[in-house]
Design a protein around this ligand. Structure first.
Ligand SMILES: Nc1ncnc2c1ncn2[C@@H]1O[C@H](COP(=O)(O)OP(=O)(O)O)[C@@H](O)[C@H]1O
Ligand SMILES: O=C(CO)[C@@H](O)[C@H](O)COP(=O)(O)O
Length: 474
């Protein structure tokens, strides 16, 4: 029984699972934190990966591994492989004006047609435009551009970012690889055509003569580690979660991590010119339309902090207040917002009265506000023709009982909550097992202990939220 490992290098931490390649049984796991901030040097991800691997008992005995990671982050590399500047993450909104310019220049329809998505500040293409405009010297030194999971896969294959180190030449920039799912979040790769769009790269950066990672198919080999383990292509974290959950058409995955994501695996590419749904690719050769908010689990953390409690107590408080919270609404745009595209927005609490000025009311307003943003995402997916049969709730925020119990009320659909786990890392491990075994489909692994939550929908919650949401600035 060979072992495989899956890595989730996410916004807040690096998580690793080691599983039996055939049965999927969890053998060991470990994690290590990432620092706060929306600008992070990739070396930090590398050392967190080492720490997480050590916490998981090491990776020496795994036959194959794959890296799933936070999407979109701009990693610029010099010719030598050295990192040009700290990476700008998906939740860094400094490129909002660049995004608006790029959309203005070509039009929403052209972007949607070309890449499946209308770029917002999260997308790599807008970060490259920002770099060209604000740090031309860094832009000029950039010889290659990749994403967080690409960079970690490259490091695992012996790619050495320490310029001038004796091992620096083991694998150069031309050894960079990525996969369809993460390439589809760059803004310069077409999921429908399966090709890069150098014209869009050039439009953003001012030149197209940079090395981009080779885009691998779902079961292509990405190389080997120096210890001999097979490397699978890896994937963006949302495609990883879909694979870890064995999501099939009809399943919608709602993930409440740092980001709030509503996504689904479908057979044909989407192109939503409204920009609400990003038309990404998945990790199995299909597609992954996705609506993503900047504000999710940390809204609960921030509200708990305001109330001087922890997230468990916040959950208990939220369940003490009535549905709709007497008109108290919390619009959770604490980091600006991406869906809807309001990068300059702030969070808003609206509807304070002597009755609603209660800790339990604020707690429930936070949970309802977070879920209303996701319900808007679910509607946007439906509008793209995505079938909604099962809704699966995952991510750190899905550990909250209040989130689980209020989700059906706000989403207007029952939810299934799989046993708390690391589904992105599981998806990466499953991909590694697939590449190891070969064949037309990933190995069948069970998803353990799913619990169903159902409750009557309360459409008034969303109606009141929509009134206040539309008072927020862009
Ligand atoms: N019981 C809980 N209730 C609410 N939030 C929780 C709970 N447990 C963990 N979280 C939150 O989940 C988040 C981490 O979720 P995760 O899916 O690992 O995020 P990411 O993948 O973006 O790093 C943290 O913000 C943490 O506070
Ligand atoms: O930007 C997106 C998807 O488009 C985010 O989903 C990031 O991929 C970060 O994910 P988490 O760290 O929240 O899992």
């Amino acid at each position: 029984m060979p072992l495989v490992a899956g890595v989730d290098s996410s916004t807040q931490s690096c998580k690793i699972v080691v599983r039996d390649a055939e049965t999927g049984e969890l053998v060991r796991s470990g994690s290590a934190p990432h620092p706060e901030g929306t600008e992070v040097h990739p070396d930090v991800w590398w050392s967190a990966l080492q720490d997480a691997a050590a916490a998981a008992g090491g990776l020496d005995d795994v036959a194959a591994l794959a890296v799933g990671g936070q999407q979109h982050g701009m990693v610029c590399l010099e010719e030598s492989g050295a990192v040009v500047r700290p990476a700008l993450l998906w939740n860094d909104t400094r490129s909002a004006a660049a995004a608006a310019d790029l959309v203005e220049e070509l039009g929403r329809d052209v972007w949607a047609e070309a890449t499946g998505s209308v770029p917002v500040a999260s997308f790599t293409v807008t970060k490259l435009r920002w770099l060209a405009e604000h740090e031309p010297e860094s832009a000029a030194r950039t010889a290659g551009v990749c994403l967080p999971h690409d960079w970690l896969t490259w490091r695992l294959s012996g790619g050495d970012a320490a310029a001038g180190s004796p091992s620096g030449g083991v694998t150069g920039l031309d050894a960079l690889v990525t996969d369809r799912s993460d390439a589809s979040g760059t803004g310069y790769w077409s999921p429908a055509a399966g090709d890069y769009r150098p014209d869009l790269l050039e439009r953003a950066l001012g030149r197209a003569d940079v090395v981009l990672p080779r885009v691998l198919g779902p079961v292509d080999e990405a190389g080997r580690t120096p210890a001999g383990a097979l490397l699978a292509p890896g994937c963006g974290d949302n495609a990883g979660a879909a694979l870890g959950l064995s999501a099939a058409p009809g399943d919608v995955v709602v993930s409440i991590g740092t980001s709030g994501v509503v996504s689904a695996v479908v057979d044909a590419p989407t192109a939503d010119a409204s920009g609400l749904v990003a038309g990404f690719a998945d990790a199995t050769g299909r597609y992954l339309p996705l609506a993503c908010t900047l504000n999710a689990a940390r809204v609960l953390m921030a509200t708990a902090r305001l109330l001087g409690v922890d997230v468990e107590a916040l959950s208990k408080l939220a369940l003490e207040a009535p549905s709709g919270v007497g008109g108290l609404v919390l619009v959770p745009y604490l980091e600006g917002e991406r869906t809807p595209d309001r990068p300059g927005a702030h969070g808003v609490v609206h509807g304070l009265t002597l009755t609603t000025a209660e800790p339990s009311y604020l707690a429930r307003a936070a949970v309802e506000g977070l879920l209303c943003g996701l319900a808007d995402g679910l509607d946007a997916l439906r509008a793209q023709g995505v079938p909604v049969e099962r809704v699966l709730l995952v991510g750190g925020g899905a550990r909250s009982e209040a989130v689980r119990r209020l989700a059906p009320v706000v989403l207007g659909h029952p939810v299934l909550v799989p046993e708390p786990g690391e589904y992105v890392a599981d998806g990466a491990a499953r991909q590694a097992a697939w590449v190891l075994a070969g064949g037309g489909a990933p190995p069948v692994w069970d998803v353990a202990g799913t619990v169903a939550y159902d409750a009557a929908a309360d459409p008034a919650v969303r109606a009141r939220y929509a009134e206040v949401r539309d008072l927020t600035e862009r």
